[in-house]
Design a protein around this ligand. Sequence first.
Ligand code: ADP
Ligand code: ZN
Ligand code: ZN
Length: 800
Amino acid sequence: MGLGACGSLGCVYLGGMSALGLFGEERAVRVDRYARIAIERGLDRAAGLTYGIPVEMGNLRVGERVRVPLGRGNGLADGYVVEVGIDPEIDPGKIKAIRSRLSPEAVGAGGMSEVLVGLAAWMSGYYCCPMGMVLATMVPAAVKKQTGRVVRTLVERSGGEPITAPKGMTGAAWEAIKALGDDTFPLGAKDLAALIGQKNAGPVNRLLKMGVLREVRRASVRTASGELPRHRESTDVPDLTDAQTNAVDAINTGLGTPGGYLLFGITGSGKTEVYLRVIERVLERGESAIVLVPEISLTPQTSGRFLARFRGAGVAVLHSGLTASQRHAEWARVSSGDAQVVIGARSAVFAPISTSAHKLGVIIVDEEHDGSYKQDQLPRYHARDVALKRGHMEGCPVVLGSATPSLESWQNARRGRFTLLELPDRVGGGRLPKVEIIDIAREWDDLRRGSSRERSMGNRLRHALGQTLERGGQAILLLNKRGYSTVVCCTDSACGWKLECDQCSVLMVQHKSTRAGADGFVRCHHCLAQQLVPRVCPLCENKAVRRGFGTQRVEDELRDGFPALAEEGALVRVDSDTMQRAADYFRVLDAFREGRARVMLGTQMIAKGLDFPGVELIGVINADTALSMPDFRASERTYQLVSQVAGRAGRGAASGSVARVIVQTMQPDERAIRCAARHDYVSFADRELATREAALLPPAWRMARVVCRDADAHKAAARAQEVCDALQGAAHSAMGRGGARIFGPMECPIARIAGRFRVGIEVYGESAAVVQGILASARSMGVVKSDARTAVDVDPVALL
Ligand code: ADP
Ligand code: ZN
Ligand code: ZN
């Protein structure tokens, strides 16, 4: 037993320190074992630091939160126990002792299960992120701070019974206490008194004194109001179709064992019903479930179906609109086992399920292709992949659902790593809409001969919209660009000037605003810098003009062109400028569902998971926004966007008339667009996979990207060169394990953001292990690490 007396420890370890006070603070502590603690700071020590466990601390368990002295100043820091009972690798006399444990018994105190600690360790390694930052991401700050926590004193029955009722208490009241069910207790003294018809808590207090009742202290979380509005959803359980039955049976057979399932079904094919049935079975087994959905589709409608079906088992909803105390309260309900179903966005994958009484039984990732599952800051994790890892560690299935699966998942299904489950038809026989592809370049040529005004919609789409409105129908219009004009440039095309942000190498976008005069202002969508709209070209002093269409400008065009839309509320615009809060979004969705709004115009926000049976027309104003991106996934994204938005039309068989989808594009022959118009995912995906394989791109090969950022362009380039050399060297020594390629250093497609130059290096490897090996070796040399100047992105989804 090492006697880590801090007096002597102080002498050795703190020698030379002038702060005498520390000796006073560092009491002599007897230490009998050692633990590894991951501290919630950006220290890049994947394994954590070693500390002594004071004898009086008793049994310390992996996943508990503790407070420890850190560094030369012995300032206090919080961290998680990641390993207990280790051999100290250094002189035990130099090891500090854990200061205190952070209320492990408190409601949702932020303790973690062993599996989650293991998951954190895996993420720290895989995503090249300090363990402490992973842990900081996994548990919400509100939980760690215990926001809203209150400790109340309650009473419960002691078991012994008195001979007679105490004085002042009628016999009937005493009989009433005896008759109460066990689950009534514990409760507040006043509440108990009221329950048995007493005016005050006096009699209850007397029973406490007599020892018939006793006091217990219970922590709970008090929350502010402001819940997610709850929709009344029917609790009717439909009979499953054959395809649904097959899917449910396959997944249910796999419960209790790890495995990946890809539920591939067009919109409206009944995927959600499959999830509900699987969860039903999971609950019967006494287990819990996690359902991940993209933040934007976490509508009252979605959560309402789960709430209605599983009211008894308890449903916790985690979304970004929660207040700190609500977030804490929901977390605590999961952790205590009061809620067995968790539905939430990306970070709900870390829900504290196995710290509770219920084992995790299934993880469902709906719309698994969605880009919002990838976090774009440290740790740069992908919730779908973390879900798969967690499922593997917890020994439960993971179900990925989509109408347009990511090629990563499609490849896994094709190679037999996932079980592929298909729902090929719409429930109730609703038909998929007919999609027309319009060559917008040709329509523009015709238009130009007629009028000189720039328009975002060609004749075909305008005509169709006019007819729809005349008939009293509803339409959805998609344009994936915010703002008014997307370009401010010189009238003289020979001059070629375009307004760029001072701090970023991107064009500024004009926005109109009643507050900023008729022209509005221009804004950079990356650093959010704003300025007035320039009137002349700074190079040649010709007039500056505004070109290109954002949603705001199309809104004007629609109001001018269609009298039916001039009316207040008839046209709603849905983009991140108008939808600042979740409540705005829900309000607009309701207005559209109830028919008060006739046309919904918006960015990709509207392409996701919404269900409007009455929509007759869907227009994609410009399908090329994603195609023009310098990214090998451009084609995949275009397919997803067009196909998802087309899926919003004619969902209900009841809508009668066949809905119409019109897609405007400059590249009418592009395969992504052709396939999306035919609703032919399989042809698209198989061809696209073959293309990626031939080009050694993900998902055939794996990838990581390192971006060096610096306000000084030379420094950014020099660092990138250093990183690149290290990665080249590592790739060379990793040769034996499989093919690898390093590209770079090269200027990123957006060469500068917020004043910092960006130089990137791309690492490609035949397998994840190859990429991991290369990164680990460069990381151990200290050349590659995630910090403010260097971003390491493993399995990146955005390459700008
Ligand atoms: P998805 O999640 O694939 O878009 P949903 O599960 O939301 O599909 O189903 C679409 C609609 O069909 C929902 O209104 C749902 O209640 C209904 N539905 C699902 N399965 C059935 C079924 N077997 N019988 C009747 N209606 C069903
Ligand atoms: Zn900028
Ligand atoms: Zn000019």
